[in-house]
Structure formats: C-alpha cells, structure tokens
Design a protein around this ligand. Sequence first.
Ligand code: FAD
Length: 449
Amino acid sequence: MQDDRNIVIVGGGFAGTTLARRLERLAIPGHRVVLVSEESYTTFHPMLAEVVGAAVFPEHVVAPIRQMLHASRFVMGRVAAVDWQRRTVVATTLAGRQEIAFAQLVLAFGSRANLELVPGLAEHALPLKLIGDAMFIRNRILQRVARIELESDPLLRRRLGHFVVIGGGFSGVEVAGQLADFLRGVRRYYGRVAGDELRVTLLEGAGRLLLEMPPALAGAALASLEARGVDVRLGARAAQVHGDGVRLADGAWLDSATVVCTIGTKPNPLVERLDVALERGRIVTAADLSIPGRPGAWALGDCALIGNGVAADDPGGVPPRDALAPPTAQFAVAEANALALNVAAQIAGRPTRAFRHVSKGAMATTGHLKGVAELFGVRLTGLPAWLLWRAYYLLQMPTLGRKVRIWVEWTWAMFFAADITHLRFTRTHEADAPDAAAIAALAAAPLRP
Ligand SMILES: Cc1cc2nc3c(=O)[nH]c(=O)nc-3n(C[C@H](O)[C@H](O)[C@H](O)COP(=O)(O)OP(=O)(O)OC[C@H]3O[C@@H](n4cnc5c(N)ncnc54)[C@H](O)[C@@H]3O)c2cc1C
C-alpha cells in the first residue's frame, strides 16, 4: 500500500484511539491507518485520582495502544511539525526524525496542564494530568506521612499533614475524596501520627462543586466529601501558592506542604506550529470536524474547538460558547465516531455530516465506594454510582484478558486495605553509591579520644 494513502492520526488519547478503531472497522479500501503518539499507551484520565489514592494500580488506568489496534500501524513518536505542501508529518521517534506521508490527517493531540493560572503553582503545586503525576503525588503523600512520624515541631507536623486540592471540578472532587480515604486507611500503619493531624481541604472558586453536574448531585458530592472529613471551601480562590501554604484571595492563609492542582489547561505547543486558525489555542473546525483551508485535514478532542449541533451549511467561524462541544472524554469519543464516518464519506465522494452529540450524563467518584452519577436523566449516588463508574471504565479496556485481570484486582481491592508501598525508583548503582551526605557528616564529626 502506498504511503500517500495513509490516514495519519496524531495523538493516541481517547479521541485518537477511538477513531483508529472505528476506521479499522470501516476498512476503507486502499487506505490504512497510521497512529502516531508520544507514549505507547493511552491514559484513562478520569481514573487518575484513584491512582493517587492507591485505590487502583497505575497499570489499571492505561491501555497499550498496540493492543487496542489490530490492522493499523502504530508509530511511537512526537509530531513536531506538519508540511502541508508535501503532505507529510515530521515526528521525533526512538530512531530519530521520521517523515510520514498522509492522504488524510487527523489532529487529536489533546492539551497540557496549565500551571500559570496562579502565582507559585508551577514551583510548588503538583499537577495531575499524566500517570507519572498521579504516581508522584501518591508517593509524596506517603513521604509526608512518614516524615510527620519523625518530626516533633507541631507547626511542621501541621503543615506536613495538611493536603490542599485546588479546583472543585471532576478531578478535584475525586482527588479530595480519594486522598481523605487513603489517609484514613494508611494512618493505622503510622503509630505516631494522630487522626486529626491529617487533613484535606478542597478549594473551589465558584459557589458550588461540579459545575458540569445538576446542583442536586453537586450537593450530594459535597455531603459525601464532608462526611469523609474533607474541608470543602466554596467561593475560595487560591491567590498565591508557597512552599509552606496557600494564600487565598480574601487574605486567609492555609498552612500546607502539599498542594495538588486540578485546574486549568493550556494548548499543546504543537498547535502554534501548524499554521491553522486558532481560538484560545484550540484548532477551529468546521461543523463536520474538518479544518477549513486544509483539504483532507481534521481535528477533534481537547485540541479542537468544535461546534455541537451547528448546521452543516454554517459559513464557519467560531460557534457561540453555549454551542461548543466540551473538552471531555465522552465528547472526544463521540467526535471520533462521527469523524470516522466523515473521513470515509469524503474518500468515497459522499457528503459529510455536521457533528452533533447529546450528553449521556456525567459521573464522579467522591472516595472509596462512593460517587455521584447522572445517566440518561437517572441520578445515582453512593455505591451504585461508584459501581457504574468502574463498570464503564472496565468496558473501555482493550482485550478480554486485561478486562478480567483488572476486574479481579478491583474486586479484591474493594475488600482489603490500600497498598502503602512507597516505591522509589532507585537502581542498583544508585543504591550502592556512597551516601554523599553521610560521608560529609562523617568528615565533619570531631575525632573522639
Ligand atoms: C485528571 C483528569 C480527570 C478527568 N476527568 C474526566 C472525567 O471524569 N470525565 C470526562 O469526560 N473527562 C475527564 N477528563 C478530560 C478527558 O480526559 C479529556 O477530555 C480527554 O482525554 C480528551 O481526549 P483527547 O484524545 O483529545 O486528548 P488526550 O486524551 O489528552 O490524548 C492526547 C494524546 O496525544 C498525545 N500527544 C500529545 N502531543 C503529541 C505530539 N506532539 N505528537 C504525538 N502525540 C502527542 C498524548 O501523549 C496523548 O496520548 C479528565 C482529564 C484529566 C486530566
């Protein structure tokens, strides 16, 4: 098959992998799918909070892209540029710079975490966007609790034991709930740490949590968090983050050595190099998800600004705010399903269709075995919502073997204590290396008679 018959997808997240699988099923004659992504796996972001709380293992929230695809080619590499004249993408791979020709190009490379929204965030807060972030936060929590055991200064103990989460959206609510449960679960292994020395505060600038959900469910989430001892502060904005605490916009001060940031995204730096129309750093698409002025090019997911339910004959431009598709996993998947049909239609010379999706609802966990959900208008709280959430993500996992393994491990984890292993990635030569600080202390110690 000629390379210039490639349908190249940039980005192996929710949007890119769903699209590739859908295109495989459509089996467009004479074309093959090439998925280029910088990691070898796709991350189920909505479950990252559960990795933070050690409710699931990190491998349970990622899926290897090669196992998700069957007839497509996967290239692990970071796309650095698109040459629209020669119709190639330029990628940096393990084997150096590679050029991949395309007949159709789909951009699905998501967004990045924004640590510039509040002064001090970048220096002192812990973002939650990647699987590495979640593992780092989990380790940091265990490190803090272990350190409290060894400290006698009450102020330092208070700072070390106070965990502040910024943002009362889905991930903030989930992280706060998971943190509270995790801290309660691990405390019994740290005999010198009292229960009231471990606290979680959730800061939300708006007047309520989960703005994406109906007020009744947001209220249920608030009650569930408060029942777990989380101090939820509504209408509270972080104005400055320091290494030892957070200053709020109203002047109040929170002593805290650990701040988790779940707010804000910024554009992937690749968008600036594409020479396409942007709005707030996102690629402006036509109603059918094509990129105006770039024949055979499309965009979807978090990197794109997409109208939902815009008329097919719309002259283009930026849709009004209330007609925009939100940057969520559910919409990324719906866009991918619609786009696969449009790519096939365009290749076959048939008319394409405008994207339209009615939200099926939303779900969020508020800690171990607790959650809130609204699905097709039906509202659930507590364990049923949590089970629904887990079932949904289990179904997304590729291969039967992986599904069964994860289901068994999740069921096991429902009844037993969370894992408190603080894994340090120390390698043999580091473990065997002389401890520089210990040697310096030895050298400085006075000689004994
Ligand atoms: C902590 C957290 C919790 C969330 N919770 C929810 C939730 O509960 N419900 C919900 O609906 N949504 C949730 N979201 C949002 C949801 O995850 C995103 O909307 C969704 O992942 C968007 O899919 P995407 O494919 O556009 O981008 P992503 O899933 O981010 O995928 C982008 C992919 O592109 C790759 N990539 C980036 N740059 C390049 C490059 N230059 N070259 C090659 N590859 C590249 C990345 O490695 C990544 O694999 C959450 C997000 C986060 C961070």
